[in-house]
Design a protein around this ligand. Sequence first.
Ligand code: ZN
Length: 265
Amino acid sequence: MSKIKIISIIAALAFITACATVPITGRKQMNLFPENQMIATSLTQYDTFLKENKLSTNKEQSEMVKRVGKRIAEVVEIFMKDNGMADRVDGFAWEFNLVEDATPNAWCMPGGKVVFYTGILPYTQTEAGLAVVMGHEIAHAIARHGNERMSQQMGIQALGTGLSVLVNEKPAETQQIWMTAFGAVSNVGVMLPFSRSHETEADKMGLIFMAMAGYDPAVAVDFWKRMGESGGQKPPEFLSTHPADDTRVQNLRAFLPEAMKYYKK
Ligand SMILES: [Zn+2]
């Protein structure tokens, strides 16, 4: 058999086995990288990020980030296990940190490794406001959007070598792709933004997640209005292809009744 034939067969098999269903929305997706490998890489990249960045010294704010994160992660884990989707949180080791950085940003890597930047707190304002962003970021991780983006970015060639080999042989390059895939860089030039559909999906799932944790999902509308009115720099994670703010607010409003069904005061 020719090399090309073998590669195409491997690729076809990979596509078949990589097909999965996103919780809540039921969308079919394709993730080329094994999730356990994504999580393992996540650990390394997260530690590196924390070493290179300064944790916030504001105890109250740092604790709020941890509290909200824990609360949402707990209900999400229970929900996934109760609904036959335990694999979605398999191997997760949640961590929630607040770093000193004026950029309004937040992200969550595979395995539940979350970072909030102090620059987003003026927009979230309240604990429920923070839960909007937390729900959204956790949703990206549960929906494995990073894996989808990495799959698109690295393409099929990566299959032959595997992510771990890439990490070992081209650490700088891989780290760059990795960090951009999770919105953890502010350099727009190399930004690989979440697609519009990923953003909308994370918004929807995020509303439900925050509602399940006892946070009023209605506050999401005001949060996104504040973000829209800010006019200045938006979170890199939300840049570029994310739905226009008016559209986003409209979509959130339309989805609110569904999220309210999960809201336990
Ligand atoms: Zn997002």
